[in-house]
Design a protein around this ligand. Structure first.
Ligand code: RBF
Length: 171
């Protein structure tokens, strides 16, 4: 299965951009807080293990995943950051809230990334059951908080990549 090959929870630090001078925001949803707390711990520990110091990490809590977009924008507006990691857990229920929340946060973070040029990382578990969420927050499928932190470092590192023939929007 593709996701097995894409498990970034085991990673090689030597292949990552230098993160020691990077600053990160982390927005964490309070819904399903046991899961999102484990995601946060995975993300935080990963940043620290990559040489980011605690004062370069700014965390806020938001009530639910729906509020992650606004929380992420708040972080980006108030701190000088290289990337914002957004962590949540939406578990499929009886209502259609699942679809609305997942769509809203995915679209919201995409819009923020495109409009600002800053990476906003989608670290939101969207599972059918709580068990599946546990498996992805420190269980047999790794910890997606670790993967979100790795993605943030990789995306933040893009801007330091020098291209020989620089082209793009705005020339
Ligand atoms: N927030 C989550 O982060 N995960 C959920 O699984 C979740 N389920 C919800 C189910 C219902 C029926 C409602 C009303 C809200 C839920 N929320 C959930 C909270 C949501 O993200 C947001 O905080 C609230 O809708 C207030 O804007």
């Amino acid at each position: 299965m593709a996701s097995v090959q894409q498990n970034l929870s085991v990673f090689d630090k030597s292949q990552l951009p230098d993160a020691t001078k990077m600053h990160f925001g982390i927005a964490v949803a309070e819904w399903n807080s046991v899961i999102t707390g484990a995601l946060y711990q995975g993300a935080y520990d990963t940043l620290i293990s990559c040489g980011v110091s605690p004062d370069q990490i700014h965390k806020i809590d938001v009530p639910g995943s729906f509020e992650l977009t606004a929380g992420a924008k708040f972080l980006a507006s108030n701190y000088k950051l290289d990337a914002v990691i957004c962590l949540g857990c939406v578990i499929q229920g009886e209502t259609r809230h699942f679809d609305f929340i997942c769509q809203a946060v995915a679209n919201g973070l995409t819009n923020l990334s495109v409009m600002s040029g800053l990476p906003f990382i989608f670290g939101v578990l969207t599972t059918d059951t709580e068990e599946q969420a546990k498996e992805r927050s420190g269980g047999k499928h790794g910890n997606k908080g670790i993967e979100a932190a790795i993605t943030a470092i990789k995306m933040a590192g893009l801007k330091s990549q020098k291209t020989k023939n620089k082209i793009g929007f705005g020339g």
